[in-house]
Design a binder for this molecule. Structure first.
Ligand code: MG
Length: 205
């Protein structure tokens, strides 16, 4: 399946906005991750060689079908190169380096849902090396998935197969080669990734 676009919203949890030192937004802050930065159902995350400060951001993701209905969800990692993002913020530059590098959007396999409401009371969690780091709940979002999935279509050319990422709760932190990342939404999906990093080729002596 080709993923053309990954639409995402920033600062959609008050506790995360606070940890990033930003006020909660009064309208959704939409940004894009390259569709080609996604991996779906892989058991490996390969960080680019140049990255030095990649953070996990656990997010509930939804997939638009050919009729732009939402019948599938997934858990996604909105991986973010935090140094690059800080530079971009300071200099008023786009976030592309920070958000759209190779494999910047690992996703679990999608799972079927009947409606958005059924997920409302289902917490989703992320562990790094068996340590619980993040827990999300739709009820704690500033803008609800129902609102956002409609909003993004009002402003942007959403196409079938596109994903929407609903923002991360507090607790973002670094991942590095050797780490094991587990995510779970009980009754729906459990998925594990092993983290690797591409290294520069040594010059032959
Ligand atoms: Mg995010």
């Amino acid at each position: 399946m080709v993923i053309r676009n990954i639409w995402a919203v920033g600062r959609n949890f008050k506790d995360h906005a606070k940890e990033m030192g930003a006020p909660p937004p009064d309208r959704p802050m939409i940004f894009l991750k390259a569709g080609s930065s996604a991996t779906v159902g892989s058991s490996e995350i390969w960080l680019p060689e140049w990255t030095t400060s990649v953070d996990h951001e656990l997010e509930l993701a939804f997939r638009f079908d050919a009729f732009l209905r939402v019948k599938e969800a997934a858990l996604a990692l909105d991986l973010t190169e935090r140094n690059e993002q800080q530079i971009a913020k300071k200099e008023g530059l786009p976030w592309t380096r920070a958000k759209s590098f190779d494999e910047a959007c690992p996703m679990t396999p999608t799972f079927l849902i009947q409606n958005l409401e059924e997920l409302e009371d289902k917490p989703y969690r992320l562990w790094v090396n068996d340590e619980l780091k993040q827990e999300g709940l739709i009820g704690n979002m500033i803008f609800s998935p129902a609102f956002l999935l409609s909003y993004v279509q009002d402003y942007f050319p959403v196409t079938g197969g596109d994903f929407f990422l609903t923002g991360t709760p507090a607790g973002v932190g670094p991942i590095k080669a050797g780490d094991t990342i587990k995510v779970q939404m009980q009754g729906y999906i459990t998925h594990i990734w092993k983290v690797y990093q591409n290294k520069k080729q040594e010059d032959p002596a």
